[in-house]
Ligand binder design. Structure first.
Ligand code: ZN
Length: 254
């Protein structure tokens, strides 16, 4: 009888050891696959700041990257730096001056007027290949930093015709980056299918509507907050804000 009890005891002990090994193995594998570090492509504008708040909610560790492509309005870089500092986010500014050499545009050159595209042509603010280059460089930084997630505020809904804002392009680049660097990047686009009003709604859900309204810079004339009120970027931002505030007012009345 004693002999049987000893055997049962040994079996139970063994099972406990196996359970421990199994749990450790699962935790180890989870640790390998659950990479909660993210890089946000961050310009200090409404969209990318909303994405930064989104990322801070979704990931354990967030790094922001801003590209300096000789923007006419240096305030854009200052604005991004100030926000990152205030939120305690690690911030990198990468020099992409070559983009201005390659693709002159209204955002970098005083002699090019800001114009909306007519008859299917792109607006003069379009910078050829900008998102492709930004995301590629963000990918290199992400791998160096050991981050798997890349977040960008591109959007197909309020689409100005920029080809590298399209979802299909982002998916294609995701595959390319993974192959190029033999790494499992995941590119996230939280704003892809929402309009400007819904982007304001997202900011409001995070409790950051006023923060984004006051501290971000979207205006093509380099004026922080509500901007100049006249350029296409200000118009788009204001239309979205007015529409969201009206929707919120109606919803609250119900
Ligand atoms: Zn403006």
């Amino acid at each position: 009888m004693n002999y049987i009890l000893i055997i049962i005891k040994i079996i139970i002990q063994r099972l406990r050891v196996y359970k421990k090994i199994y749990i450790n193995k699962v935790l180890y594998l989870e640790g390998l696959t659950m990479n909660k570090k993210a890089i946000v492509v961050f310009s200090g504008g409404q969209d990318s700041t909303t994405c930064l708040f989104w990322a801070l909610k979704e990931f354990d560790e967030v790094i922001a990257v801003t590209f300096d492509y000789n923007q006419k309005h240096r305030k854009e870089i200052e604005c991004a730096t100030d926000i990152a500092k205030e939120l305690g986010v690690e911030h990198h500014i990468l020099d992409m001056g070559l983009l201005n050499q390659l693709a002159p545009n209204a955002l970098t050159r005083d002699d090019i007027e800001i114009k909306m595209g007519e008859n299917g042509s792109l607006p003069s603010t379009f910078v050829e290949g900008r998102n492709m280059l930004f995301l590629t460089f963000a990918g290199v930084l992400a791998k160096v930093k050991g981050a798997k997630h890349i977040i960008t505020g591109v959007c197909e809904t309020d689409f100005s015709g920029y080809p590298d804002c399209r979802d299909i392009f982002i998916k294609s680049l995701n595959v390319t980056l993974n192959l190029a660097m033999d790494y499992d990047f995941v590119i996230h686009t939280p704003l892809m299918w929402i309009d400007k009003a819904q982007t304001w709604e997202m900011a409001d859900k995070f409790g950051k509507l006023d923060y984004i309204r006051e501290k971000t810079l979207t205006c093509y004339n380099g004026i922080i907050g509500d901007g100049c009120g006249e350029c296409p970027a200000c118009n788009l931002r204001k239309r979205g804000l007015d529409s969201y505030l009206l929707y919120k007012e109606r919803k609250n009345k119900k």
